[in-house]
Design a protein. Structure first.
Length: 248
């Protein structure tokens, strides 16, 4: 961290224009001043709400859709091209199209959902298709109840795919939601403040809000991922083979 702060300071000195690159000390001081105001916390809460709503709905619907398409393969074949189109469509295109049909305050939720859901569906579909067919055949042979199959076969084998979807999707949710806020400018959001700072060439505030986004995304991702790991280790203890004792 100190190394990159040093690089930032050297870049500031090399450019020599605060309107292009703000000094690290000035940005940190400005951020501390921002944190003394009530609007700062309201803004952060609104943006976090958008991200959590979009991400959690994408996780739930993505997993449910993966289970549905796994159970009915013809549906998976039919929707695969649609999912591929969603993955290939730029975020800006989603935002511009969505602005025609809905209010800007709900746009970040929709955009983060549209960016994360295909990823979750793809990972969880791959997880279900990768379940050991021999274990499934044996469970059917011995008439193992479905709930036992779910807990002892499907869920443990799906955990690595779920973790990958969770961690990657969380980053996507942050980037897409902030982009949507910048382009649609809903009131009292981080993206709105960044857009205003750009319009008025307020580089200090732009850097400060960018730093807020970086810090919040890192902290929230670490907290969420840590909570998921604790829950998985408690409810689905991994096999204690050599060198592997947790879901880290």
């Amino acid at each position: 961290m100190l190394f990159w702060l040093g690089v930032w300071q050297l870049l500031y000195i090399a450019v020599g224009q605060a309107v292009l690159v703000a000094a690290p000390a000035d940005v940190i001081s400005n951020l501390l001043d921002m944190m003394k105001t009530r609007d700062f916390y309201i803004t952060v809460i609104h943006t976090l709400r958008n991200i959590i709503a979009g991400f959690s709905s994408a996780m739930l619907i993505g997993i449910a859709l993966a289970v549905f398409t796994y159970a009915i393969p013809v549906v998976r074949i039919l929707i695969s091209p649609f999912i591929s189109v969603m993955k290939a469509t730029p975020v800006a295109s989603f935002i511009i199209l969505a602005l025609v049909f809905m209010k800007s305050k709900n746009l970040p939720i929709l955009v983060s959902f549209l960016m994360v859901m295909p990823l979750v569906w793809g990972n969880m579909t791959e997880a279900l298709l990768a379940v050991d067919s021999n274990l499934l055949e044996m469970s059917r042979m011995f008439q193992v109840p479905f709930l036992s199959q779910l807990r002892r076969i499907y869920l443990p084998s799906s955990i690595p795919y779920f973790q990958a979807a969770f961690q990657t999707g969380f980053g996507y949710a942050w980037k897409s939601a902030i982009t949507a806020e910048v382009m649609s400018s809903p009131m009292l959001t981080i993206g709105r403040n960044m857009a205003d700072a750009k319009v008025y060439l307020d580089t200090l505030n732009l850097f400060s809000w960018t730093l807020v986004v970086i810090l919040l995304s890192i902290v929230t991702e670490k907290l969420a991922a840590g909570g998921i790991r604790l829950w998985l280790n408690r409810h689905f203890p991994p096999l204690h083979t050599e060198g592997t004792s947790s879901y880290d």
